[in-house]
Design a protein around this ligand. Structure first.
Ligand code: NAD
Length: 492
């Protein structure tokens, strides 16, 4: 496999256009943006920098396709065939897609292969298999009435996604939206557009009618804003930061009240009690739960709450794991922590290290940029002991920084765990079944792991509470975001 990866990493990538109405188009302004590879800081290619006119064209194409009905009115079993073909083609091209994505955003290939094409193919397959098995309803009405509840596609869905796992997160929105019969306009993040442009090609090859899936690349402040304010978009599905999520709600209020579904950030507590079943396993899984993809994971367990009696011992084990994790070239299969996605993000991460030191946090390991000679953006896995009032306890870093906070009792652990504006993921490590269930009930988060961290699949929803968002991706529940309910009230 490494030989094949090494061949793929040198392929030149041609300048990329927009995918609108089933064809590649240059943006009206002809503007482009450089794609800088975080592996070595060199220019990989350019992407189109779409403006408002391009967004208008994409939305028109999507609306036209929706009204035409060749997808929106197709039998679910027909849509299923095309979605299954998309899944098959993603799998067929998995290594090519994964390498391209890694060159774009720096995720280590061992993770990217599973989490990007691997996961995206699974998501397309899941919703393909689902869509001809969900029924409308007959309401329990009076004898002389027939009350029917139809499920209908809504229209044009815009999806705006981040750079950390573009294919996986993209598929979480695109696959259920398409399965339900909608048309989609996708805007990838500036720093991770290439695999999603390939996905457009794959969708066309699989037989998705033209205009049903469109991709516009460009700056969030321009093309993202144009989508947010567009009067002919019905649903906006977003994954990204809270600050942009807020703006999208404003855009909706200022335009056509489009439905806005937000999957935002986290400051997830990973809570280790002294009766943890296996301390070595917990230390390893916890380190991987924050450091993979250089900490750029929305559900990363960035706050490690550990019971005081095992604080030192557990922290030492964590440091041991962190210091042996292999950081470097993300296209080496053995690499465990790849590149930080951009120089700007690396600067932000290092800024948090400086701030933590100023606030008096205790640096146990890491904290530095490394491998600068490669030109790429690499950082040591970093572990601090902190107090709950410090910046690192409150703000999402989105980098390879773990903060340890000791606690004395279950009640205190819970209080610290919930003392955050976020509520995305969490974990509890304990041998006490009753305590595990108490914590599941009382932690305010969308996910509570028990004696593990980070696992999930398409069968379970992912979404946050509090300022981590609204709505859920994945599972049957996600379909509800992309269908309208229509009541038929019939007098018999
Ligand atoms: P971001 O909010 O900066 O950008 C996300 C997307 O929004 C990008 O496509 C960007 O171009 C676009 N955008 C930027 N400004 C915009 C504007 N004014 N109008 C419309 N769109 C605009 O986030 P990011 O830096 O790409 O990703 C990191 C964030 O995403 C973190 O906060 C992370 O926790 C979150 N995230 C959440 C999940 C989840 O499932 N909850 C998953 C992954 C990442």
């Amino acid at each position: 496999m490494q030989d094949k990866i090494d061949q793929l990493r040198t392929l030149s990538v041609s300048p990329q256009a927009l995918f609108i109405g089933g064809a590649w188009r240059q943006p009206v302004s002809s503007a482009t943006m450089d794609v800088i590879s975080p592996i070595d800081g060199t220019r990989l290619t350019t992407i189109a920098d779409a403006g408002k006119e391009d967004v208008d064209l994409a939305v028109k194409a999507a609306r036209h396709a929706f009204e035409k009905g060749s997808w929106s009115k197709a039998a679910p079993a027909e849509r299923k065939k095309v979605l299954l073909k998309i899944a098959e083609l993603i799998e067929k091209n998995a290594l090519e897609l994964a390498v391209l994505g890694v060159r774009d955003n720096g995720t280590e290939i061992s993770m990217a292969l599973k989490a990007e094409p691997g996961s995206a193919a699974g998501t397309f397959r899941y919703y393909a298999e689902t869509i001809d098995k969900v029924y409308g309803e007959i309401a329990p009405t009076a004898e002389n009435i027939l009350g029917l509840v139809h499920r209908e596609p809504i229209g044009v869905v815009a999806a705006i996604v981040p750079w950390n796992f573009p294919m996986m997160i993209g598929a979480w929105k695109i696959a259920p939206a398409l399965a339900a019969g909608n048309s989609v306009v996708l805007k990838p993040a500036e720093g991770a557009s290439l695999t999603l442009l390939k996905l457009a090609e794959i969708c066309a090859e699989a037989g998705l009618p033209e205009g049903v899936f469109n991709v516009v690349t460009g700056r969030g402040a321009v093309c993202g804003e144009a989508l947010g304010l567009h009067m002919d978009i019905d649903v906006l599905a977003f994954t990204g930061s809270g600050s942009i999520g807020r703006r999208l709600l404003e855009y909706s209020a200022r335009s056509n009240l489009k439905r806005v579904y937000l999957e935002l950030g986290g400051k997830s507590p990973n809570i280790v009690f002294a009766d943890v079943p296996d301390m070595d396993e917990a230390a390893k899984v916890s380190a991987y739960g924050i450091f993979r993809n250089a900490g750029q994971v929305c559900v990363a367990g960035s706050r490690l709450l550990v019971e005081k009696s095992i604080h030192q011992a557990f922290a030492e084990k964590l440091v041991g794991v962190a210091e042996t994790m292999k950081v470097g070239d993300p296209l080496q299969f053995s690499t465990e922590i790849g590149a930080v996605s951009s120089e700007a993000q690396l600067g932000k991460d290092l800024g948090y290290v400086e701030q933590a030191l100023v606030e008096g946090a205790f640096l146990r390991t890491g904290g530095k940029r490394i491998l600068g000679e490669t030109g790429g953006f690499y950082m040591q896995p970093t572990i601090f002991d902190i107090r709950p009032d410090m910046t690192l306890a409150r703000e999402e870093v989105f980098g390879p920084i773990l903060s340890i906070i000791p606690f004395e009792s279950e009640a205190e652990a819970l209080e610290i765990a919930n003392a955050t504006d976020y509520g995305l993921a969490s974990a509890v490590w304990t041998s006490n079944l009753s305590r595990a269930h108490r914590m599941i009930r009382n932690i305010r988060a969308g996910v509570v792991h028990v004696n593990t961290y980070g696992g999930a699949d398409n069968t379970v929803p992912l979404g946050g509470v509090k300022q981590s968002g609204n709505g859920h991706d994945k599972s049957l529940h996600a379909l509800d975001k992309y269908v309208d309910l229509k009541t038929a009230w019939i007098k018999l």
